[in-house]
Unconditional design. Structure first.
Length: 148
């Protein structure tokens, strides 16, 4: 495991939208890591697809990954990599000239070294066990699916 320096990313995120009402409250909710939070993990370590295979997203476009990851109550929000995070500029241009970051360009192809940004309750997204899992409004307080 390798630590990642995310202070530049977090600073840019906080200050770029700090002037909007109630947005700081939303950021604090997703960045505090107490419940559902904004998280980041190397693409090769994230399970996805119907078999829950690690690295499933590598080689897929952002658009394909968004539709095919099959995560349970977790959503992919962007792509970045260490090279971009360590640069001393505000550019979010990927290796092929694509714009990556939050809401990355749909045609960007995910690489092995890319970091997937997602919002979820755990540090690693959980893959759906059944494609017909109950939506959140059909779960009781313990998170157990209830018959309708």
């Amino acid at each position: 495991m390798e630590p990642l320096e995310l202070s530049l990313f977090v600073n840019n995120l906080m200050f770029s939208c700090g002037a909007k009402a109630l947005l700081s409250h939303l950021y604090m909710k997703i960045l505090n890591f107490e419940t559902t939070a904004m998280r980041c993990k190397v693409a090769t370590e994230i399970p996805g697809g119907p078999d829950g295979k690690k690295g499933f997203l590598v080689g897929k476009t952002v658009q394909e990954a968004s539709y095919e990851h099959l995560w349970n109550y977790c959503v992919m929000i962007g792509i970045t990599n260490e090279d971009i995070l360590l640069r001393n500029d505000d550019s979010m241009v990927g290796p092929g000239g694509e714009i990556i970051g939050l809401c990355a360009q749909p045609n960007y192809v995910i690489q092995e070294a890319d970091l997937i940004m997602f919002i979820g309750a755990t540090s690693t997204p959980e893959v759906l066990e059944d494609e017909l899992d109950a939506p959140p409004d059909e779960l009781d307080d313990s998170g157990v699916s209830q018959p309708v």
